[in-house]
Ligand binder design. Sequence first.
Ligand SMILES: C[S@@+](CC[C@H](N)C(=O)[O-])C[C@H]1O[C@@H](n2cnc3c(N)ncnc32)[C@H](O)[C@@H]1O
Length: 234
Amino acid sequence: MWRRDLTIRILRTLVFMQSEETTTAAERAVAEHIVGVGPWEGPWPEDERYDPELLERGDRRNVLDRYRYWTMEAIVADLDSRRHPFHVAIENWQHDLNIGTVVRTANAFNAAAVHIIGRRRWNRRGAMVTDRYLHVHHHPDVESFAAWAREEGLTVLGVDLFPDSVPLETYDLPERCVLVFGQEGPGLSPEAVEAAESTLSIEQFGSTRSMNAASAAAIAMHAWVRRWAFGQRV
Ligand SMILES: C[S@@+](CC[C@H](N)C(=O)[O-])C[C@H]1O[C@@H](n2cnc3c(N)ncnc32)[C@H](O)[C@@H]1O
């Protein structure tokens, strides 16, 4: 504990040694290991994207610095203007703890939306409130989910390790698709497999039968990002 205090004091001294004009609120927050920024200093900005309450009290949310002091609505609108066209879906029959992490990763990659198939309630803990900046839809069963995907013209791709799954590593992902993940115990349901155009597997090299759904989802979403945000062909 004393080491942390000492480090903070040294960093504060270093910050103090810089001229006040060149030290921003963000830099001071980093030096003091505080997430976010304190109350706005100087004349308030006119832009309506700024939230008066955050300007007054400071902004400690887990958002990029460019969104500091913005209203949640303004952040969502900005993300909406550049969402990627892939969607993510996960089956939720037994309150899978992976869902929150899947949502957080979908936010990080700016997926079009996340779809929860099955139970409406899901454990939000791993999401770290990222779900507020993302569109999360609920479908009571695979049938209604598949009907929605058809209407949207999205290719449904199941992601699971089946003997006849196609390796994700060699599959050319379509731009407009929805990647569907299964539950911790049973994996993808037979209905979800039936609804999918193909099932894709992530190659493993160790002894475990599978990884958790959140890890698999992160790998699959990143495969889409490599293909369509970076143009890397398999
Ligand atoms: C823990 S796994 C399900 C268990 C699996 N059915 C088994 O036999 O052990 C949960 C979900 O993670 C995803 N998953 C895990 N490992 C995967 C892999 N290597 N390739 C593709 N998907 C995977 C799938 O969506 C799967 O439904």
